[in-house]
Design a binder for this molecule. Structure first.
Ligand code: UDX
Ligand code: UDX
Length: 447
């Protein structure tokens, strides 16, 4: 099947960069990204230094492809109708109410997407799950599509995205693997081939892995769970290092040099953040419970519990240093993003550590080179559940590096390189991200 028009629903961190790269590498295909939020579309069509997603290299890709064969549009129905292939890249947050609240993925947006596709389709479509979804979601999507439209054939594929924020463009250019799950029917395999043909424009064939739909859906959850599990494993050992005098960096290095283990994702930290790890593990735990696998569910749940323990332990270390009370103490929070090179702060460790410090009485001065003041204020009211007004007396969000002399201590919560050059003078520094050279004034996780 020759694909001429692709539509992607969802112009977020995944949909935007992924489609920009597909358009760049496939100039013979028109790629249109649509979104329910017209402001986001406006921003994608706006100046290159104000795109709604910050990713190194993204602006260059958009510059080359935008207007040529990459388009951002708020005409959802027209672009669904025109496309032979539709990607669903809407967000799938953890459910906040109803059955599975706090654990299962909220499929409301995905289901709304499927209803939109059914409503506006006038010809056969290949519908691709890009969003991370629980196993067997394709069944539910098929049900919705067929319930609303009987004449048209919808073939559903799973093609999870493995890009990491901050390196998205690099990851998309040189993926470790591209995973495509399809049904083992003739039409299923034809659809798989159509998607394989798109990726072979730049990904070597041996890196494209085709599986059944359920393996593909589960592989995404399992990959994130395994990555997060390595971080929780090393973070759990950092607590033991502090008791025994072992050094966590030396331990990581020694462990990672075993080729059977490898060096990646063994960096002790104040805890992982980001939109995926916690959500996907909770989702996995929910699935295990649903299928009666209590022991398996408990095993994976502990990855989250260690992560919470690590964030809490780090904040407590600061509180203890000041004698158990932070009233009248000013603490600088350096870094709000969940990792360097992104403006994304979803589930960032900084949010949780700051909340605990704030509740212990601290005055907070917060600075991040990329996360806007507006986003920081929004996170505070969303995650802490307090009104920005109430918090204003003791929280200042800064738009430049801090005057460090005015404060009692600093907590480094994102490994931005610009923090490496700061002169901390005699200030006590709590380094959750291990970016500074060892000094007796610096308290690092694991030391
Ligand atoms: C993605 C994945 O899809 C998610 O499953 C994965 O686990 C994390 O990454 P992401 O791209 O990071 O989500 O989400 P976000 O940046 O919030 O973008 C989603 C976009 O979908 C938003 O721009 C939102 O406006 C749009 N949307 C949402 C729609 O267009 N329609 C909807 O019904 C819901
Ligand atoms: C992750 C997966 O890596 C990616 O494949 C998937 O598509 C989405 O989820 P992302 O969340 O963007 O990507 O970033 P990642 O680089 O995995 O970092 C996640 C968190 O783990 C960050 O807070 C990071 O600082 C932390 N981390 C990472 C550590 O604490 N130690 C490490 O050794 C590595």
């Amino acid at each position: 099947m020759q694909i001429k028009n692709i539509c992607c629903i969802g112009a977020g961190y995944v949909g935007g960069p992924t489609m920009a790269v597909i358009a760049l590498k496939c100039p013979h295909i028109n790629v249109t990204v649509v979104d329910a939020n017209p402001d986001k579309i406006k921003a994608w069509n706006g100046p290159l230094d104000e795109l709604p997603v910050y990713e190194p290299g993204l602006a260059e890709v958009v510059k080359e492809a935008r207007g040529r064969n990459l388009f951002f549009s708020d005409d959802i129905s027209g672009n669904i109708e025109k496309a032979e292939m539709i990607f669903m890249a809407v967000n799938t947050p953890t459910k906040t109410e109803g059955e599975g609240a706090g654990m299962a993925a909220d499929l409301g947006y995905v289901e709304a997407c499927a209803r939109d596709i059914a409503k506006h389709s006038k010809s056969d479509k290949i519908v691709i799950e890009k969003s991370t979804l629980p196993v067997r979601t394709a069944e539910k999507i098929k049900e919705i599509l067929e319930e609303n439209s009987t004449e048209i054939h919808f073939e559903i594929l799973s093609n999870p995205e493995f890009l990491a924020e901050g390196t998205a463009i690099q990851d998309l250019f040189k993926s470790d693997r591209v995973l495509i799950g399809g049904h083992e029917t003739e039409s299923g395999q034809k659809a798989v081939q159509a998607l394989v043909d798109i990726y072979t424009n730049w990904i070597p064939k041996e890196k494209i892995l085709t599986t059944n739909v359920w393996s593909s859906e589960l592989a995404k959850l399992a990959s994130n769970a395994m990555l997060a599990q390595r971080i929780s494993s090393i973070n759990s050992l950092s607590a033991l290092c502090e008791k025994t005098g072992a050094n966590i960096d030396e331990l990581s290095k020694a462990i990672g040099m075993d080729h059977r283990i490898g060096p990646h994702f063994l960096k002790a930290s104040v805890g992982f953040g980001g939109s995926c790890f916690q959500k996907d593990i909770l989702n996995l735990v929910y699935l295990c419970k649903y299928y009666g696998l209590e022991e398996v569910a408990d095993y994976w749940h502990h990855v989250i519990k260690i992560n919470d323990y690590q964030k809490d332990r780090f904040a407590q270390k600061i509180i203890d240093h000041f004698g158990g009370d932070l009233k009248g103490k000013s603490i600088a929070i350096l870094g709000w993003a969940f990792k360097a090179n992104t403006d994304d702060s979803r589930e960032s460790a900084a949010i949780y550590v700051s909340e605990k410090l704030y509740n212990a009485g601290a005055n907070l001065l917060i600075y991040d080179p990329m996360v806007s003041q507006k986003s920081i204020n929004r996170d505070i009211s969303f995650y802490w559940n307090i009104s920005p007004k109430l918090s204003q007396d003791r929280i200042r969000v800064m738009n430049e590096a801090l005057k460090l002399k005015e404060i009692d201590g600093t907590a480094i919560l994102t490994e931005w390189t610009e923090f490496k050059d700061l002169d901390f003078g005699n200030l006590v520094v709590f380094d959750g991200r291990n970016i500074l050279k060892e000094s007796n004034k610096i308290h690092q996780i694991g030391r």
